[in-house]
Design a protein around this ligand. Structure first.
Ligand code: NBP
Length: 502
């Protein structure tokens, strides 16, 4: 029988998504530029996968395209960027009007907008869909963020809903699936039509930016426990496991607890985390998020700090050398008990996390205005609840916040989050103070706090800044006693003389 869908790209993501689709009863045609990988994949699937009979291995694009039902649905899971353009170019000559290409890679949203325009002009349809959850998500249920025309989405919707992660309709908790051939029964699918053209890839990018800061915050909590409280990895593992029972319950906290208890397989006397070099890698989506925030003028400082923290970690040799030359403060006495400090760190982490998500959602709101997307933030938070790396109990609260007020200006203003910030800020400030006094770098905790304080400050020092700009560049300023939009300039005299003319 003809295949229900085709997929190009047999690296980890493609292989896992294919098997996920097959487990849900879809026949999938598969193709890869290096065609030997098709044989390898089919052979290994036959050896171990219950749904291998639903795979159609194709070693030419012609055979691949002709084996798919029309209108064809072809998913690309190839390297983002020029490889995606090359793949589209190679497959388009075989396609017919109305066929749909779905790019599941981490594409830059502006590329998705361009590709959609180009393919629409050729009578084809294009969906840019974020796929989150890494290889396990792709295999057993990712969070899927599709952007494109609504009528193209209608064609893809049944498959995307079937293969996505599911959350319990009442509790919002992910339904675990971890065995080949197993499918989640019932549950709410973690996919929704995000918006037109590049909206899905934009939201996926911001998801990744949030992932950067979520991880950085956890790392800072770890560093505080390690450097200020002198705790060992197994003891910290227990703390994180405890936190995972409360408001901070999330996939990233859960894996952190697990990582910290692991012994180094090459040296059983050590914990593995102590053998891992402290230089972070990155693939660019955090940078894209931060660049977009700068372009759109949105203060996503904590997200950007998480990217810079990785950059700082990467200059290892320079840091090692500087550590021998630049002195910090003498370690002060801890101003509270260890148990109290751990609780303070937990609250600081939670408050910072609220700010980080507030920034991510502010950014999406501004992009929606810029690109004319109608983003539904309640639904976006809902599909983040399962499948993806940032899945967390916390997202249920965000869903509820946007359900209560679709036009919520900033997450921090929602009653639940406001209460959490008001209740936690004392400890948050103590942690930032303790770390600063001890010379422990916590850029994410402290920049999130600066965001909170900046956002709630009615009068910032930008009055002086505007005066400076007018002084040296005649950039003009608005006045506190005149309506907005009227601009003034004064002829600033020589230093020390009074102003005579305005
Ligand atoms: P990679 O990003 O490593 O891409 C490998 C695939 O791209 C192979 O199938 C390769 O074919 C193909 N490819 C390349 Br490279 N250049 C090509 C070209 N010029 N023409 C045609 N095909 C080309 O794979 P991945 O890690 O599975 O990721 C796939 C996509 O999913 C990426 O866009 C990635 O950003 C995104 N993503 C990844 C993750 C993750 O956790 N890995 C999570 C979410 C999203 P070949 O075999 O012939 O070299």
């Amino acid at each position: 029988p003809p295949a229900d869908i085709g997929l190009i790209g047999l690296a980890v993501m493609g292989q896992n998504l294919i098997l996920n689709m097959a487990d849900h009863g879809y026949t999938v045609a598969v193709y890869n530029r290096t065609s030997s990988k098709v044989d390898d994949f089919i052979a290994s699937a036959k050896a171990s996968e219950p749904s291998a009979g639903r795979l159609v291995g194709c070693k030419s694009l012609k055979k691949f395209v002709s084996s798919i039902k029309r209108p064809r649905k072809i998913v690309l899971l190839v390297k983002a960027g020029w490889a995606t353009d090359a793949t589209i170019e190679s497959v388009v000559p075989y396609l017919e009007k109305g066929d749909i290409i779905i790019d599941g890679g981490n594409a830059l949203w502006t590329d998705t907008i361009r590709r959609e325009q180009e393919l629409t002009a050729k009578g084809l349809r294009f969906i840019g869909s974020g796929v989150s959850g890494g290889e396990t998500g792709a295999r057993f249920g990712p969070s899927l963020m599709p952007g494109g025309s609504k009528e193209a989405w209608k064609e893809l919707e049944p498959i995307w809903k079937a293969i996505s992660a599911k959350v319990d309709r009442k509790t919002g908790r992910p339904i675990e699936v971890d065995t080949p051939g197993q499918v989640a029964k019932g549950g709410e699918p973690c996919t929704v039509h995000i918006g037109e053209n590049g909206a899905g890839h934009y939201v996926k990018m911001v998801h990744n930016g949030i992932e950067y800061i979520d991880m950085q915050l956890i790392c800072e909590a770890y560093m505080l426990m390690k450097n200020l409280l002198g705790m060992k990895p197994d003891a910290m593992s227990e703390v994180f496991a405890g936190w995972n029972e409360g408001d901070l319950d999330s996939y990233l906290i859960e894996i952190t607890a697990d990582i910290l208890q692991q012994k180094d397989p090459m040296n059983k006397r050590r914990f593995l985390v102590d053998s891992v070099l402290d230089t972070a890698g990155q693939k660019g989506t955090g940078k894209w998020t931060s660049t977009s925030a700068l372009d759109l003028g949105i203060p996503a400082n904590a997200i950007a700090e998480a990217v810079f923290a990785r950059c700082l970690s990467a200059i290892k040799e320079e840091r090692v050398s500087a550590s021998k030359q630049l002195r910090g403060p003498k370690a002060p006495r801890l101003p509270m008990s260890k148990a109290k400090a751990i609780e303070a760190i937990r609250e600081a982490l939670y408050c910072s996390k609220i700010c980080a998500y507030a920034q991510g959602f502010q950014l999406m709101a501004e992009a929606a205005r810029e690109y004319d997307w109608k983003l539904d933030f309640g639904k976006i938070a809902k599909i983040f609840r399962g499948g993806c790396i940032i899945r967390a109990r916390f997202l249920q609260k965000i869903t509820e916040a946007y359900k209560a007020d679709r036009r919520l200006q900033n997450l921090m203003l929602d009653p639940y989050f406001k209460k959490a910030l008001h209740g936690g800020q004392g400890n948050w400030r103590s942690v930032v103070t303790m770390a600063t006094n001890a010379g422990v770098p916590i850029p994410a905790f402290s920049s999130a706090l600066a965001y909170f304080d900046g956002y709630r400050t009615a009068v910032l020092p930008a009055n002086l800044l505007q005066a400076q700009r007018d002084y040296f560049g005649a950039h003009t300023f608005e006045r506190t006693d005149k309506p907005r939009g009227q601009f003034f300039h004064v002829d600033w005299p020589e230093p020390g003389r009074p102003i005579s003319k305005s």
